[in-house]
Design a protein around this ligand. Structure first.
Ligand SMILES: Nc1nc2c(ncn2[C@@H]2O[C@H](COP(=O)(O)OP(=O)(O)OP(=O)(O)O)[C@@H](O)[C@H]2O)c(=O)[nH]1
Ligand SMILES: C[S@@+](CC[C@H](N)C(=O)[O-])C[C@H]1O[C@@H](n2cnc3c(N)ncnc32)[C@H](O)[C@@H]1O
Ligand code: SF4
Ligand code: SF4
Length: 344
């Protein structure tokens, strides 16, 4: 295995998330578009979208630095006409796991070909089972998504995580979503705390501790995943995972991901756009250099880039006002939970 890149906070880079487009056929009210703000709607690809060749070149460079976990995302990644080719290219690199996060609408009829290309699993966004409420949240139809989930399970793209954003309109749907996941083979549920950082409107926020409490009461077992120190509740034999990054320094201290925007910029943190490194027209050597720089510049968002002031409010650390560069090595809290730790 090639040596992993390590940032100045001791965090190894094990995962890469590649945004394939900023287009989408849905319009979810909460969408952060993987850290870039609103999506563009179901339009034609624009000329800045990475080519197939560029995506695969970035993937090869990441692979050369020991990264094996590749996530395809967006926007809606299934709007890319060359998706099969991209999956095939990344899956052909030794030891990689290729997964995708999608709204699921294009999975019916295509799940098998994606699995054949080398896709191992998918996460499908599903905020509610009720069709009216689902439409209100996403502007799309839940029946296509459910059909897509079925097709993906059939094609073996499992374990399939249903991604449910936990914002106020979704809270009443939680019990049904847990029951739905636990009564269908191959499904897990992933609850994602609503992140206001890039989209605003704190009024949508739900108390995530209350959600932990609800799941804890129903759980047979609780474990902690190494990545982000995420808690996982085992309920009726199904895994229910909570992604709770908001104001959570322990989550950021255990973050091992870099990102690539649809335009090919390297991005060290979901919540930041002041650390982007352009790779336009970059040679392979320049790409490698950009990779090393983006990891060097990586900073845990909560607890370092954002710190609490005397009043207890989160404010930007003055050290990062002028520059994204860090200096020296830093100590961070790793997983502190008493629950058993799991690595995948
Ligand atoms: N702040 C923050 N949020 C993240 C991070 N990773 C995932 N998330 C949130 O969780 C959402 C869903 O993530 P997914 O794309 O389904 O992937 P995942 O569950 O993190 O990845 P796997 O466990 O590999 O399936 C993202 O769109 C973000 O909202 C991260 O590193 N930082
Ligand atoms: C940006 S979408 C891209 C992939 C695909 N279109 C989808 O919806 O699955 C990736 C994930 O981010 C989640 N997400 C988007 N905006 C969010 C926000 N403000 N807070 C929390 N999660 C968010 C979505 O629910 C989805 O699961
Ligand atoms: S489907 Fe995904 S990319 Fe599209 S608007 Fe919803 S969260 Fe954003
Ligand atoms: S440092 Fe924190 S906010 Fe930034 S990507 Fe990692 S977990 Fe997310």
């Amino acid at each position: 295995m090639d040596d992993l890149l390590v940032d100045s906070f001791g965090r190894e880079t094990t995962d890469i998330r590649i945004s394939l487009t900023d287009r989408c056929n849905f319009d979810c009210f909460y969408c952060h578009n993987e850290g870039l703000g609103d999506t563009r709607g179901p339009s034609e690809p624009d000329e800045n979208e990475m080519s197939t060749e560029k995506v695969l070149r970035v993937a090869e460079v990441a692979h050369g630095y020991g990264i094996r976990n590749f996530k395809l995302t967006g926007g809606e990644p299934m709007l890319r006409a060359d998706l099969d080719e991209i999956i095939e290219g990344i899956a052909s690199l030794e030891g990689t796991e290729v997964s995708m996060t999608t709204n699921g609408t294009f999975l019916p009829g295509r799940a098998t070909e994606l699995a054949d290309a080398g896709l191992e699993r998918v996460n499908v966004s599903l905020d509610a089972l009720d069709s009216d409420d689902f439409r209100e949240i996403t502007q799309g139809g839940v029946e296509h998504v459910l059909e897509g989930v079925g097709a993906a399970v059939e094609a073996g793209l499992t374990p399939l995580k249903l991604n449910m954003v936990m914002a106020k309109p979704m809270r009443p749907h939680l019990p049904d979503m847990v029951d739905h996941a636990s009564s269908h083979e191959g499904l897990r549920l992933q609850i994602i705390e609503y992140m206001p950082e890039l989209v605003g409107d704190v009024d949508y926020r739900v108390d995530i501790d209350e959600i932990h409490g609800y799941l804890d009461e129903r759980a047979e077992t609780v474990e902690t995943r190494e990545m982000h120190a995420r808690d996982r509740y085992i309920i009726d034999g199904t895994v229910v995972e909570i992604v709770d990054p908001v104001e959570n320094a322990e989550f950021c201290a255990n973050c091992h991901r870099v990102r690539v925007t649809h335009e090919g910029e390297l991005k060290g943190c979901l919540n930041r756009n002041d650390d982007l490194i352009s790779t336009e027209d970059a040679s392979d050597e320049e790409l490698r250099d950009a990779f090393e720089r983006v990891v060097d510049n990586r900073v845990p968002y909560y607890g370092e880039y954002m710190v609490r002031n005397g009043e207890g409010e989160w404010v930007r650390n003055p050290d990062y006002v002028e520059t994204a560069e860090t200096d020296g090595d830093h100590e961070l809290p790793m997983v502190e939970s008493p629950a058993p730790q799991v690595s995948d």
